[in-house]
Design a protein around this ligand. Sequence first.
Ligand SMILES: NC(=O)c1ccc[n+]([C@@H]2O[C@H](COP(=O)([O-])OP(=O)(O)OC[C@H]3O[C@@H](n4cnc5c(N)ncnc54)[C@H](O)[C@@H]3O)[C@@H](O)[C@H]2O)c1
Ligand SMILES: O=P(O)(O)OC[C@@H](O)[C@@H](O)[C@H](O)[C@H](O)CO
Length: 378
Amino acid sequence: MKALHFGAGNIGRGFIGLLLSESGYDVIFSDVNETVVRALQERGSYEVKIADESEQRIPVHNVSAIDGRNPAVVAEEVASADLITTAVGVTTLKHIAPGIAAGIKLRMERGGPKLHIIACENAIGASTQLKEHVMNLLSVREQETAVSLIAFPDSAVDRIVPLQYHEDPLEVTVEPFYEWVIDRQQMFNDVHEISGVHYVDDLIPYIERKLFTVNTGHCSTAYAGYHKGYSTILEAVKDEEVINLVYGALQETGSMLVEAYGFKEEEHEEYIRKIMDRFRNPYLSDEIVRVGRSPIRKLSPEDRLVRPALKAWEQGGVTEHLAKVMALALKFDYAEDLEAVKLQDLIAEKGVRQAFADISGLDLSHELTQSVMDAYEK
Ligand SMILES: NC(=O)c1ccc[n+]([C@@H]2O[C@H](COP(=O)([O-])OP(=O)(O)OC[C@H]3O[C@@H](n4cnc5c(N)ncnc54)[C@H](O)[C@@H]3O)[C@@H](O)[C@H]2O)c1
Ligand SMILES: O=P(O)(O)OC[C@@H](O)[C@@H](O)[C@H](O)[C@H](O)CO
């Protein structure tokens, strides 16, 4: 069995590739990073190191790679894969869609079997987004055949994998915790299950709980920590003011999630505490600028700040801490992050209120916009 995985980066090697390999797949990574592609081709294996007192090293065998910039090679692998996964970043999905569409055409010409394509990105409905990009590249007739042969189940992935600075370009250090949830309703029957994956009938509560707790809490730590001049998440969570803000933001998303999905209050509180403990892992060095990366994406309407804040506001809930975090996100001006630079340019050009309204999709005069502006001024 062959799995084709787009993105041999941190989560690709440290999580998805590992689980696919443990499930019996030969894993072919498609990536645009020449060093990583060559190393995977030459060695055919790599190691995942667990960031805890065990410092366990898990070997991952039967892996290889292709150059993601070569459309013909990508299409050939898509045509013959038994499973396709991605972890390239949600904004990069449109760039891998042409190779996938070309491969699907080949696959259909050859009468290939059914296929699942699962985007493992931090976004609601990432596989569905990829599906739209791919379908737009097929003719109406091809689309009709493709929908019966190719399914794009949405998923939620959770494992903190920081930026890696090892001598070995393939080694990857990961936290011990992981969770991968896939929407079974969007899958064909008789699938080869991936070991360690939790299949559910309704993914929305899972992806929202993950994104609006792990990722809301994480970016709250990053933006508050950045503002205070810290470099790592571990430094930031030792600061009482930062941790109070993070906890406050998670109480706000938590109340919203409990009301929306009926999670038990005590269980959700326990979930929040466990997530915050993961940020305190002393064996993991996670940079604030990684966690805060792409602030425009993080301030977009469906992402970890605006969506839970708007839902909480619609429920009549409190959003004070979330508004502060959004204001801090607007101040994230890290010069090496393209979106942070673009964000600061937008603020300089249009003013902060207009820039925020354009990015978040909220009205200029919305009560939430006003509270973000008040916090920004403070
Ligand atoms: N790192 C984490 O803790 C974590 C956890 C859960 C989910 N995620 C999500 O996983 C995705 C990847 O994150 P990451 O941290 O692994 O990032 P990363 O930058 O380490 O990995 C992305 C990889 O995609 C490759 N890539 C870029 N364009 C490509 C293309 N056109 N074709 C093939 N490969 C291409 C890059 O070269 C890189 O190796 C993101 O959506 C992220 O939100 C990350
Ligand atoms: O990958 P992003 O930029 O969406 O978010 C940064 C981190 O919060 C994220 O990568 C977490 O480490 C991960 O989502 C944990 O499961």
